[in-house]
Design a protein around this ligand. Structure first.
Ligand SMILES: O=C(O)CCC(=O)C(=O)O
Length: 400
C-alpha cells in the first residue's frame, strides 16, 4: 500500500544525487535499509536526510531553493511515513510525515503522489469524531448557524443605510458576463451552489473525521499585517481544538486568533473536493483550472483590506462573513503599503482613522454579509476586507 516502487528508486536517486556527498551516501543507505526491511535504520537515515535538507530549505529566500532539494524532502518524507507505519507507530505520525512532504517538498516526476499515500493512511484509521469532548455549542452546522445569525444581526445593523452589494439569484452566464464580469461589478450570487454536498455535510466532526490528522499552515494573530503575526504547522484537529472549541478540560478557546487561510486544502485532501464544485462562471475565463483555496476559522478572523490580480468567487459554506469592498479606481484613497505588501491597504477598514488617513473619507465602500450557500464575485483588483461573524468555512476560486 505504501506506493514505493523499488524498481524506480535507483533511477530516480541518480537524478537527485550529485549535490552533496553526505546526502548521496544517505540516499543509498536509506534505500538499502528499506530493501533489507530494516525500517528502524531506514527511519533514522530519513530523519538525517530531512534534517540536512531542512537546513537548505531554510537558508536564503524560499524561491531560490533549488527544486532538487525539495524533491529530496518529498522522497525522504515518503520513506519516513512508510517506515513509521511498518514500525507500528501511530498512523497520525505517518500522515504528518506525508503532509510535511506535500507542504515543503516537490513531487519528483514519476514519483508516487504523497496525497494518495496520505489518503490511504487516513483510511486505515477511522478517526473518532471525539463527540465525547466536543463542546456541544460548536458541534455541528446548526449550532454554527445559530451563532452566526446572532452575529449577523450586529453586522446588518452596522450596514444599515450603507451601500450594499447587489444580490442576484443564479444569473445566466450571459447576464453574469454582461452585468458583472465585463464592467467589473461585485455581486452576491444566491442559489448557485445549492447542489454542493458541503452545505449539509461540513461541520466540525466531519472535517475532523476527513482531515483531522492532516498538517496544515495556520496563521496565528489577528491579521497578517500585525507585527506579532506568525504561521504554524499543526494538524486540523489541533487547530479546531485550540481555536474553535473549549479544551478537554472545558476551558475557553485560546484568545489568539488562528486562521487556516488561503490554503490549497483540496489538493491535499481530495475527499473534501468531492463536496464542492467549480462554479460554472469560472468557464468565462481563459484558464479552465481556477486556484481553489480554503478559508477555515473561528469567529473574528480578519483579512485586511487588500486586492488580488484575478477574478474571485468567494463561496460561503459554513457560517457567515462580513465583506467590505472598494473599487480599484479609488486606490488613491486607500493608502496601500509600500514594498511586498503593496496589495494591502494600511487602513483598518472597520475603524477608519480620518486624521491619519484623510483621503479615506472620499472612498465609497460597498458591503455584504455572506451566508451559507451564497457566493460573492470579487472583480480583479477590487479591494476587499473580510471578517468572519461565526465559525466559518469559505472556498475561493481565483480565475482569469
Ligand atoms: O475570507 C477571507 O478571509 C478572505 C478571502 C480573500 O481575501 C480572497 O478570497 O481573496
Amino acid at each position: 500500500m505504501n506506493g514505493i516502487d523499488l524498481a524506480q528508486v535507483s533511477r530516480l536517486f541518480d537524478r537527485l544525487k550529485g549535490f552533496d556527498v553526505i546526502v548521496d551516501r544517505d540516499l543509498d543507505s536509506m534505500s538499502s535499509s528499506f530493501e533489507a526491511v530494516d525500517y528502524k535504520r531506514c527511519l533514522i537515515i530519513c530523519q538525517w536526510l530531512l534534517d540536512s535538507v531542512w537546513e537548505k530549505l531554510n537558508t536564503g529566500h524560499w524561491k531560490d531553493v533549488e527544486d532538487k532539494w525539495r524533491e529530496l524532502y518529498y522522497v525522504a518524507s515518503h520513506y519516513k511515513s512508510v517506515c513509521e507505519n511498518k514500525l507500528g507507530k501511530d498512523i497520525a505520525q505517518s500522515v504528518r510525515s506525508c503532509d510535511m512532504g506535500i507542504l515543503l517538498g516537490v513531487k519528483p516526476p514519476d514519483w508516487p503522489s504523497l496525497t494518495k499515500v496520505a489518503a490511504e493512511f487516513t483510511k486505515m484509521k477511522d478517526v473518532t469524531t471525539k463527540d465525547g469532548h466536543c463542546d456541544s455549542h460548536f458541534s455541528g452546522n446548526r449550532a454554527v448557524e445559530e451563532h452566526g445569525s446572532m452575529m449577523y444581526a450586529d453586522a446588518a445593523l452596522a450596514m444599515e443605510s450603507q451601500h450594499l452589494v447587489p444580490r442576484v439569484s443564479c444569473p445566466s452566464l450571459e447576464t453574469f458576463e454582461r452585468d458583472y464580469l465585463n464592467p467589473g461589478n461585485p455581486v452576491v450570487l444566491t442559489g448557485c451552489m445549492d447542489h454542493w454536498p458541503a452545505l449539509t455535510k461540513w461541520n466540525l466532526p466531519y472535517i475532523e473525521r476527513v482531515a483531522g490528522m492532516r498538517t496544515v499552515p495556520v496563521e496565528i494573530g489577528s491579521r497578517y499585517t500585525d507585527v506579532n503575526w506568525s504561521q504554524q504547522l499543526i494538524t486540523v484537529s489541533q487547530f479546531i481544538d485550540r481555536f474553535m472549541k473549549g479544551t478537554k478540560s472545558g476551558s475557553t478557546p485560546s484568545l489568539d486568533k488562528g486562521y487556516l487561510a488561503q490554503h490549497q486544502l483540496f489538493d491535499q485532501v481530495p475527499e473534501l473536493f468531492m463536496d464542492i464544485s467549480i462554479p460554472e462562471y469560472c468557464c468565462l475565463g481563459n484558464n479552465i483550472d481556477p486556484d481553489v483555496n480554503a478559508w477555515f476559522g473561528p469567529e473574528g478572523t480578519i483579512s485586511p483590506l487588500h486586492q488580488d490580480p484575478k477574478s474571485n468567487l468567494l463561496c460561503q459554506v459554513v457560517g457567515s462573513k462580513y465583506v467590505k469592498l472598494c473599487s480599484p479606481e479609488q486606490s488613491e484613497y486607500l493608502y496601500p503599503n509600500e514594498g511586498v505588501l503593496s496589495n494591502t491597504s494600511q487602513i483598518d477598514a472597520e475603524c477608519l482613522d480620518i486624521h491619519k488617513f484623510p483621503l479615506i473619507s472620499k472612498a465609497r465602500f460597498e458591503h455584504a454579509v455572506l451566508q451559507p450557500g451564497e457566493m460573492l464575485y470579487i472583480p480583479p483588483k477590487h479591494w476587499h476586507y473580510v471578517r468572519s461573524l461565526s465559525i466559518s468555512f469559505s472556498v475561493s476560486f481565483w480565475w482569469q
